[in-house]
Design a protein around this ligand. Structure first.
Ligand SMILES: Nc1ncnc2c1ncn2[C@@H]1O[C@H](COP(=O)(O)OP(=O)(O)OP(=O)(O)O)[C@@H](O)[C@H]1O
Ligand SMILES: Nc1ncnc2c1ncn2[C@@H]1O[C@H](COP(=O)(O)OP(=O)(O)OP(=O)(O)O)[C@@H](O)[C@H]1O
Length: 524
């Protein structure tokens, strides 16, 4: 007997504007019950757009244009009542903030249960159970906007888990999770699949941890066409060149660990650029940072790592003077941070926010990039040449006149980094700058960062990607529950199993898989 598909796409195309080339072109494929599909494609290839078309939110929500059909259980998705499809096809958006309707965690989850007609008497226990699953029990009363990035992502996941959908679409669901939470989440999805017979479609650039669950891989090319469709072993062994041409990450299981490119440190005789002494910060009487002290030298690349909610983003905001510590002092080039004029401070430092959207202030990509230069009355010629170089380097030239809010997740992230590089700053503070990037754009971004470091810029890099820490950082700082738990060379951190477990970190791939430390010679 022929299997009936859960989802079927027939000659499906989609564009955001009538005259535009389609973002998705002529897609024909089906998804069957029990399948766990990995959807891959370079940044901007249309993966998130496809996810939002599959659950019927698009084209209506963006007034886009589609042709061809999508069927859910042989019924055209246009024939579903609003909200009806959502209960069968759950989606966790790339940006969890766009998903919430309520202010408090409990109300948000109760809202989901209300839509599923769960009786009020059962709600509290269901909510407590799901929060336990995502390790967020203590935040049941919290306001969502007061959570850290990773904590928000866990609440978005909890909300969808409550729905127990037939197909769960996950758009880079672990991008903001700390390394152990990310693994635990994938395990949880695996358990849920056995329990409720749920199919999944995962969009993820770095797919290693998902491989045990995945039995099919679909790849889109840059024109939004279907490039590959097959089993992981077929796609990742036979089609590797085609994937690499699209700039994609191949799972490390197939390629081996990435090469270490640590650039020799230039910091031997350098000055401290930033100096933190006994910095403490509280919110509503809750200590978020406890007497943190360290310094950063000119030309040094320092990674800051730690579990969700450890205080990493808070620390960066204090370092960029977006917030003030309650105690302690921060000096930039030996001058207290508070003595710098706003103009000078923004001239010598750059800050890339965790959520790129919080950073955008103009209506076009171009204006966003030239904003700082115009403010500084730079000559037009310089503005034009710097802007066109940055647009090219960050693959945004085709989007020069796009509204920043309509970019793909990866494009938004690249724009937020590009806007900080119109000058060569003395200090760059990055909050997870590489999340959502494909292999090509990650490598290019890291090349730019490395070149800045070679020119003497100090780089502070908050990340959950232990391979990046291993490959690029001179030093790593571990924050654990607001305290500095480690400050030293990454190789010494990788030897400290106890601390890694306590701070919910993992070793880089080369050590996690090899099981033992290899002393690599630093490569120039
Ligand atoms: N506006 C706020 N009001 C109250 N508490 C907050 C606020 N913003 C953050 N917090 C709390 O401060 C703590 C540290 O948050 P922070 O965003 O610095 O963590 P993080 O280490 O960057 O986490 P992540 O890896 O999840 O991004 C968290 O427990 C968070 O809930
Ligand atoms: N609301 C919108 N209006 C106009 N264009 C859009 C809109 N949303 C996305 N786009 C464009 O559609 C293309 C595909 O975007 P999409 O977010 O689907 O890509 P993606 O493959 O998920 O990328 P990433 O890996 O960077 O998240 C991009 O070029 C993007 O600029």
């Amino acid at each position: 007997m022929q299997r009936k598909p859960l989802i079927k796409l027939k000659d499906f195309s989609f564009s955001y504007e009538k005259k535009q080339n389609p973002i998705l072109q002529n897609l024909n494929f089906s998804i069957y019950k029990g399948e766990s599909t990995l959807l891959m494609g370079g940044s901007g290839s249309g993966k998130s757009t496809l996810a939002l078309c599959l659950n019927g939110l698009y084209p209506e929500a963006v007034e886009g244009f589609s042709s061809g059909e999508i069927y859910y259980r042989e019924r055209n998705i246009n024939d579903f009542e609003s909200g009806e499809l959502n209960q069968n096809i759950g989606i966790v958006f790339q940006d969890p903030e766009s998903q919430f309707c309520m202010i408090r965690v409990e109300d948000e989850l109760a809202f989901t249960l209300e839509n599923l007609s769960v009786p009020p008497s059962e709600m509290r226990s269901r909510i407590e159970e799901v929060l336990k699953q995502v390790n967020m029990s203590e935040f049941i009363e919290s306001k969502i906007h007061e959570l850290s990035g990773g904590q928000k992502q866990k609440i978005a996941l909890a909300s969808v888990l409550l729905m127990e959908p037939e197909l769960l679409i996950l758009d880079e669901p672990t991008a903001n999770l700390d390394p152990l939470s990310s693994l635990e989440f994938i395990e949880l999805i695996g358990e849920l699949q056995t329990k409720i017979d749920m199919s999944i479609l995962v969009i993820e650039h770095q797919a290693d941890d998902w491989l045990p669950l995945i039995n099919r891989v679909i790849v889109l090319n840059q024109s939004g066409e279907l490039l590959e469709d097959g089993s992981p072993s077929e796609i990742f062994t036979k089609e590797t060149q085609r994937l690499e041409n699209q700039g994609l990450f191949l799972p490390k299981q197939y390629t081996g660990a990435p090469t270490r490119k640590r650039i020799p440190s230039l910091i031997k005789n350098a000055q401290p650029c930033l100096d933190l002494k006994d910095v403490a910060f509280k919110r509503k009487n809750k200590a978020i940072l406890n007497h943190v002290s360290f310094n950063i030298h000119e030309g040094e690349f320092v990674a800051i790592v730690g579990q969700n909610g450890a205080g990493k983003s808070t620390l960066l905001q204090l370092m960029s003077r977006l917030m003030q510590p309650n105690e302690g002092e921060i000096k930039l080039y030996n001058t207290p941070l508070n003595d710098w004029t706003e103009k000078e401070l923004r001239h010598v430092t750059g800050f890339v926010f965790q959520n790129p959207e919080h950073q955008f202030i103009t209506d076009t990509v171009y204006d966003e990039i030239v904003f700082g230069m115009k403010l500084n009355n730079e000559p037009d010629e310089k503005i034009e040449s710097v802007a066109s170089n940055l647009l090219r380097a960050f693959h945004l030239t085709d989007h020069k006149w796009s509204n920043p809010f309509t970019l793909s997740g990866g494009q938004k992230r690249r724009l937020s980094v590009a806007t900080m590089l119109d000058e060569t700053p003395g200090l760059l503070l990055f909050d997870e700058p590489t999340f959502g990037q494909d292999a090509q754009t990650t490598n290019e971004l890291m090349k730019i960062v490395t070149e800045l470091k070679m020119k003497g810029t100090s780089i502070v890099f908050v990340t959950h990607d232990m391979d990046l820490v291993d490959i690029y950082s001179d030093r790593v700082i571990v924050l654990n529950e607001g305290s500095l738990a480690f400050d030293g060379h990454p190789d010494d951190l990788w030897k400290n199993d106890e601390l890694l477990a306590e701070a919910r970190l993992r070793k880089p791939y080369r050590l996690e898989k090899a099981g033992e430390a290899v002393d690599l010679v630093n490569q120039p």
